[in-house]
Ligand binder design. Structure first.
Ligand code: URA
Length: 193
């Protein structure tokens, strides 16, 4: 736990000196040495408000996901590649809205994500969508459409299980069935760990 506190303090300090330092950080949370570490893209508005990853609407998606694979939120560890909420001003309303993380934001947070993975030491990493898939594998040519639902062994021996980002299912209903099948594959795979 102290190591995790040290990690967060170091990130907070370096973050404040960075180009993004005005923003609020949303750290990962959950069990140490869990069977599964879930990595999303970046926090949204609810996460920024509550200071926790995957709450609000994304939290509801997560609950449904956990129910299928038979795990509880406090049994896993949940984090994001980028730990600030990427926003832009909406041209229509002028309000702050979510946008995908930039290359610079991903590059800033990537080394911390690698440290976080070592610190949390999960048996398996589940990435949601392309951003965490490319970040964790270190392979920019990997694409979620090709590798979803297939376990992949990383260079450090840990297993990566790529899933679509739940938001992709909202935008592309045709993926619902594929996503459910991937979850069943994940559930069956977890039993073998
Ligand atoms: N909430 C998060 O914390 N991460 C995501 O990737 C999406 C929603």
């Amino acid at each position: 736990m102290n190591q995790q506190k040290d990690f967060q303090e170091k990130l907070q300090k370096n973050f404040q000196c960075s180009a993004f330092g005005e923003k609020k950080l949303v750290f990962g949370e959950g069990a140490q040495m869990p069977i599964l570490m879930m990595i999303g893209e970046a926090p949204g508005g609810d996460e920024e408000k509550q200071g926790k990853p995957f709450v609000g609407k994304a939290g509801k998606n997560l609950s449904a996901f956990l129910e299928v694979i038979g795990l509880k939120r406090d049994e896993i560890y949940i984090s994001n590649v980028v730990k600030l909420r990427p926003t832009k001003s909406s041209p229509k309303t002028g309000k702050e809205v979510n946008r995908p993380p930039s290359k610079d934001e991903i590059a800033f947070f990537l080394p911390y994500l690698m440290d976080e993975i070592q610190l949390i030491a999960p048996k398996m990493i589940v990435t949601l969508g392309n951003v965490p898939l490319k970040a964790v594998s270190g392979d920019n040519s990997m694409n979620i459409g090709d590798v979803h639902g297939k376990p992949y062994t990383l260079t450090d021996g840990r297993i990566l299980f790529p899933l679509y980002h739940p938001a992709a299912i909202i935008y592309n209903r045709a993926l619902t069935q594929v996503y459910q099948e991937d979850l069943v594959t994940l559930k069956d795979f977890l039993v073998t760990l």
